[in-house]
Design a protein around this ligand. Structure first.
Ligand code: ZN
Ligand code: MN
Length: 490
């Protein structure tokens, strides 16, 4: 028998906590780390007779995201109760959207290495509320904190279009970037604001027969690494399991829930998976259906702006930016906007990009901020890049000027003029500095002459000395050429 051909079938369910001020159906504030059960009212506490009120902002955020994911927007959308009993769910049902979600049949194009794209279909986007939190750590009993109960969640479900663990994790990264760009979520995974649940099974083809392994859903992953690890592990585990038991199929076993053990790097069986009918979904009689008008959709579209992947594509194709640099500058929307604004102000985009990913980025890291968070203006960033591109200052001076801009708030040009930092291209001045450096460093001169292997290092050293003597004002390229010429002359 020939080797089986194995193709993974991977889809994702993602829960994104929306960045609203208050909960989905009541006025309780959303606050991470607040005193347990201090942000609870009769509505989110599930007291009988309490009536929910829809959070308009959450609906707007959901609509915006569904539009960004190219979904068809359900003009009429309603709320349903998903019934189940669990201590962290005081109403005994979760309000969700069952058959009329906000978004349907969307698409998200994921860039691959080498410029190709993987088109991932989006099955649906709907709103729902989160449950509370149980904790059992170090206790003989369980504690329930309802602060999180009623938090607005956006659930995004993809079709099974992903190929492997790496691609699945990359999808998650791009989705995080998207929701942050849209301003609908902080998507901080350490705070559980973005949680991933991949569905995985395999198509195994052997001599005309196509077997499908059981679909496993790995619950509640909260890091990209865990997503990649869990999917990769499941692909191998399911293939091994099937090799040992040809009845390990979707038909015979059904769907299964697994968890991810991060410490051991393995998935672990939890339970058989519930089907929709187990939840006895029913329309919520306390919540009115929502109708979206054309004006709502227009407003939603207007709020999208240029999406991160479009921006990335434009930078790479039109500005010739390297992919890795684009990734760095896309880390947050404000920084990406800063780059575009500075480029629009006339700065050379190559120099601008280099400066942003080098010293601006270093200054930002040192302050635990983003580049945009440094408070530097697009005009200042552009001016510094222009001074450098025009040869008024060299790269080293540019970094020093950037630091001075941050401290003083003065513009780069002003700093360069006032402090006399303009690069000196004057041949005579440069020749004098070069002579001085050569005279003071006979060892480097000797190295250059005696050992060809050390020649480049010797020139580099002497150039550094000239930069020091000139207080950074020499043009390193000009000086380098002069040194080499002088040394060969002798
Ligand atoms: Zn409440
Ligand atoms: Mn859900």
């Amino acid at each position: 028998m020939s080797e089986p051909v194995i193709r993974p079938i991977i889809g994702l369910e993602i829960h994104v906590q929306l960045a609203t001020r208050t909960k989905m159906f009541c006025g309780c504030p959303l606050e991470f780390g607040a005193e347990p059960n201090s942000r609870v009212c009769p509505v989110c506490g599930g007291l009988p007779g309490a009536l929910p009120v829809i959070n308009r902002q959450a609906v707007e955020f959901a609509l915006r995201t569904a539009l960004a994911l190219n979904c068809t927007i359900g003009r009429l959308t309603k709320w349903d109760r998903k019934n189940y009993f669990y201590p962290d769910l005081p109403k005994n049902y979760q309000v969700s959207q069952y058959d009329l979600p906000i978004g349907l049949a969307g698409r998200f194009d994921l860039p691959n290495d080498g410029g190709a794209t993987r088109s991932v279909r989006i099955r649906r986007v709907h709103l729902e509320e989160d449950a509370g939190k149980n904790s059992h750590e170090g206790l003989p009993h369980t504690r329930v904190d309802l602060n999180r109960a009623g938090t607005p969640l956006l659930e995004i479900v993809t079709e099974p279009d992903l190929a492997d663990g790496e691609e699945t994790a990359r999808f998650c990264v791009e989705l995080q970037r998207l929701v942050r760009h849209l301003g609908v979520s902080e998507a901080d995974m350490q705070k559980g604001q973005m949680r991933f649940e991949p569905n995985i099974n395999l198509s195994i083809q052997t001599g005309g027969a196509d077997a499908r392994t059981p679909i496993t859903e790995v619950k509640n992953l909260n890091s990209f690494r865990a997503v990649q690890g869990a999917v990769t592990f499941e692909i191998r585990r399911q293939a091994d399991e099937w090799r040992g038991n040809r009845d390990y199929t979707l038909e015979k076993v059904g769907k299964l829930n697994y968890g991810w053990n991060d410490a051991r790097g393995v998935t672990e069986f939890q339970r058989g998976k519930e089907e929709a009918h187990d939840y006895r979904y029913l329309p919520d009689p306390d919540l009115v259906p929502m109708i979206f008008e054309s004006s709502d959709l227009e407003r939603g579209r207007a709020a999208l702006g240029e999406l991160p992947l479009q921006r990335r594509h434009r930078w790479i194709t039109q500005r010739g930016m390297a992919e890795t640099d684009a990734e760095t500058l896309l880390a947050d929307r404000a920084t990406a906007d800063l780059f575009d604004a500075a480029a629009a102000a006339g700065a050379d985009s190559g120099v601008l990009c280099k400066q942003m990913i080098s010293f601006w980025s270093a200054e930002a890291n040192a302050r635990g901020a983003s580049i945009a968070g440094l408070g530097v203006s697009a005009a200042q960033v552009a001016e510094l890049a222009t001074l450098t591109a025009g040869g008024d200052i060299n790269a080293t001076t540019a970094a020093a000027v950037a630091a001075k801009v941050l401290v003083s708030g003065r513009g780069p040009r002003e700093i360069v003029e006032v402090e006399g930092l303009r690069q000196v291209r004057d041949e005579n001045a440069a020749a004098q500095w070069v002579d001085e450096a050569i005279a003071a460093n006979p060892k480097a001169v000797a190295d250059y002459r005696s050992n060809p292997k050390k020649a480049q290092a010797a020139i580099g050293f002497l150039r550094g000395q000239v930069m020091k003597i000139s207080a950074g004002k020499a043009d390193p390229r000009q000086v380098g050429e002069m040194i080499e010429k002088r040394l060969t002359e002798r």
